[in-house]
Every structure is written in C-alpha cells, then in structure tokens.
Design a protein around this ligand. Structure first.
Ligand SMILES: Cc1cc2nc3c(=O)[nH]c(=O)nc-3n(C[C@H](O)[C@H](O)[C@H](O)COP(=O)(O)OP(=O)(O)OC[C@H]3O[C@@H](n4cnc5c(N)ncnc54)[C@H](O)[C@@H]3O)c2cc1C
Length: 379
C-alpha cells in the first residue's frame, strides 16, 4: 500500500515507521526547512510520560501500552531515549486533580505513596512544599528525550524504505482520493493519506478549526548552581497541573538543564508567528515556579522556548477518518507525545484493516476503560 503522511512530528513519524516496518511504501511530507522541525510540537529536549491523569482513566490505561510500544521502538532503533525519574504529584489548585489522579493509579494498578506536605522539603530538597494540600509519589513516569527520538526516526525511516521530504509544504488535500497538492503545484497521490499536521491542521482541514485551538506555551530552562546539584540528584518530575495551577518541573537529566513550564492553556497564538518568548512571559513562569522551587533566585535563567499545543475539546485526541481513504491525527492537547509510538502502531493497524476504525477513534479519545477494554487490537 502507498501511504502519504503529512507532518513529521511524533505522530506522523511513528505512523510512518509502523507502516514502513510492515513493508508499505510511505512518503512523509513536512513543510519545515529541515528536520527535526524546531517549530513542531514534538521537538524539545523532553516530553513526560506519567500515569497521573486527573481522572481521565482511558488515558491512564493507555500508558502501560505506551511504554511497551516505546520498548519496541528502542529495539528497532537500537537506541533508548528515555529516563525514568518517578513522579511527584502535587495538589495545590482548586480542582480534585490529585485525588482523581490517585484513583487513576489505583485503577490501573500502579503503586504510589501519599506524602505529608510538611515532609516535602526534607524528602524533596529543591521544593518548598508551600501551599500543597496533598501530594503523592510513584516510582513510575519519566522523560522521553523528544528531539532525539524525532531525529532518530528521521534517520531510521529511509533505511526502512520510506521517503522523508522536508521543505515540502502541502497546500491542499483531497481526502476522498488520498491526494495532496504541494505548495509548488506538484500532486502526490497514494492509497491512503494521514494528516498529522499538529496545530496547523485547520489550514488543511478547515472544518477542524472549530475543534482544534493552537495554544502557545512557553517553557524555560534553568541552571542550578553547582552547590545545588546534590539537591536534584534522584529527584522525580514534579507535576501540579490541574487547570487552576499549572506548574511542572523536569529535573536536570541526560545532560539537560532543569525545565519548568505552565501547563495551563494560553489558547492564543499562531504557530506561524514569532516564537521568541517575551521577558514578561518568562518572568511569569519563573514567578509561578518560585512558589514551589526553594531559592529560585539562585538559578540562572537560560534558554526559553515557545511551542504549541493543539487543544481539542476536553483535551481528547482527534484521530478520525476524514473520508474512506484519509485519516487525521491531531488535537493532542499538550499530552500526546507519550503515546506517539503506540498511536503510530495502532494508526498503521487501522489503515491496514486490522483495527475497527470506530474503536480506534474512541481509544485515542481516551474513552477506553481501566482494563484497556473498548480499546483496539494490541499492536
Ligand atoms: C511545551 C510543550 C510541552 C509538552 N509536554 C508534553 C509532555 O510532557 N508529555 C506529552 O505526552 N506531551 C507533551 N506535549 C504534547 C506533545 O508534544 C504533542 O502532543 C505532540 O508532540 C504532537 O505531535 P504531532 O505529531 O501531532 O504534531 P507536531 O509535532 O507539531 O508535528 C506536526 C508537523 O506537521 C507539519 N505540517 C503542518 N502543516 C503542514 C503542511 N501543510 N505541509 C507539510 N507539513 C505540515 C509541521 O511542520 C510539523 O512538523 C507538550 C507540548 C508542548 C508544546
């Protein structure tokens, strides 16, 4: 089967990888001048994988499958790009995110321990514990080294017979015939078309503009002074991400600095626009972090990056047929990367007729149950 994939982010690349491994003829098209595309949502130093899902049990139940799919990818790549850190979940906001997340872990059988908020500074020395009502720690969860994964896939695909074209902007598509028209006028026809265009998707499928909102989000890298290095040794990732809070921190790992960010959606911005991070936005993230990071003034503020979420209603992924021969994968709402490998495998299986399309859509929308039932075939 010939398949065209629009978008060389994690979703397009993993789908292309699974199809190419199965012996199909795949062409990946990306508008970026080079790959990995630094403006894509998938390209940053890391993305987190966690079971704590604030009550979205369907997604918590997908995480074990996500880990298994990453393991299959590492085996194929001959490289592993992930670091397990464990997860410290903090409850500071007004929503029951933390108790709902604990219930997710109960439901999927992942062990965790409640932590007394007053014990946080002693047990996790970089943190203040200020304002925390509840907290738990689980040894599960960690960081996927996102830019390395994307780069490894871009290198691997040609060896599997797939074509990966950069500087290849798709100007329009005809879903019924699985055909795209390039910005230069060339047409590319295939048996199946997958549009994995992240926050740019409304330009190709205007009907999705009502459901997918690009959301500019900034992250900031900090350098801890040498005297604080010991404090960070063995630290888990820190999440306080209900919609009224929004702080997360990724400890220094794999030679990368401490990353902090705010998960609350800006729901503004144009992915084609300026990507510089204004001083005020940077200051706001550091100020939010100051509540939780002890001695924040001692850190050096380094690199900042603006990146886009493609936010869908209720943060549920949109993986749907657009016509008989065309699927769209978008709306990953700031939490899709962890599922890239498993999403790609199952998208490929669906295109190949091995999955029920309606079950694929429901599973990707996080509507499966804790035991994984209502899901698609195991990839
Ligand atoms: C700051 C930030 C933090 C995040 N943290 C996490 C996290 O901790 N854990 C997690 O699981 N997820 C996280 N996410 C979300 C995750 O990164 C995304 O869900 C995921 O990367 C989406 O991948 P994608 O392939 O859909 O989109 P993208 O990576 O954006 O790829 C889309 C590609 O399509 C190309 N394209 C678009 N239009 C066209 C066209 N017309 N022609 C040709 N090419 C086109 C683009 O150039 C782009 O390269 C985070 C996202 C951000 C921004």
């Amino acid at each position: 089967m010939r398949v065209t994939v629009v978008g060389a982010g994690i979703m397009g690349l993993c789908t292309a990888h699974a199809l190419a491994k199965a012996g199909h003829r795949v062409t990946v098209l990306d508008q970026a001048a080079f790959l990995p595309n630094p403006a894509g949502s998938s390209v940053d130093r890391h993305r987190l994988i966690r079971y704590a899902y604030g009550g979205k049990i369907g997604y918590a139940a997908m995480v074990a499958d996500a880990y298994a799919a990453w393991d299959r990818l590492w085996a194929d790549l001959g490289e592993r790009h992930a670091v397990e850190t464990g997860t410290l979940a903090l409850g500071r906001g007004v929503e029951p995110w933390i108790t709902d997340s604990a219930r997710d872990l109960d439901a999927v059988g992942v062990p965790y321990r409640w932590i007394e908020p007053k014990d946080i500074p002693a047990r996790f020395p970089p943190l203040t514990g200020r304002g925390i009502g509840r907290a738990f720690h689980t040894a599960t969860g960690g960081a996927l080294l996102a830019d390395r994964i994307v780069a490894a896939l871009v290198r691997r695909l040609p060896a599997l017979g797939a074509a990966v074209r950069y500087d290849a902007r798709v100007a329009g598509c005809a879903p019924a015939t699985a055909t795209v028209t390039m910005a230069g006028g060339e047409t590319v026809a295939a048996d199946r078309l997958v549009i994995a265009a992240g926050p740019w998707v409304p330009a190709l499928l205007p009907d999705l503009a009502a459901r997918v909102t690009p959301s500019r989000q900034a992250v900031v890298y900090l350098s801890a002074p040498a005297a604080m290095t010991d404090r960070w040794a063995g630290m888990p990732m820190v999440l306080d991400i209900d919609r009224s809070a929004g702080f997360y921190a990724v400890p220094p790992l794999a030679g990368q600095g401490l990353k902090i960010g705010d998960h609350r959606f800006s729901l503004t911005g144009d992915p084609e626009g300026d990507r510089s991070v204004a001083q005020a936005a940077l200051d706001a993230i550091v100020a939010e972090a100051a509540e939780q990071l002890a001695d924040v003034d001692r850190y050096r503020v380094g690199h900042a990056k603006a990146c886009f979420y493609a936010v869908a209603p209720d943060e549920r992924f949109i993986v749907e047929p657009v016509a008989d021969r065309t699927w769209v994968m978008t709306g990953f709402s700031g939490h899709g990367f962890k599922f890239g490998a498993v999403m790609g495998e199952r998208m490929a299986d669906t295109l190949l007729g091995r999955n029920d399309p309606a079950a694929m859509t429901a599973w990707a929308a996080g509507l499966g149950s804790a035991d994984g039932s209502g899901s698609t075939s195991a990839a």
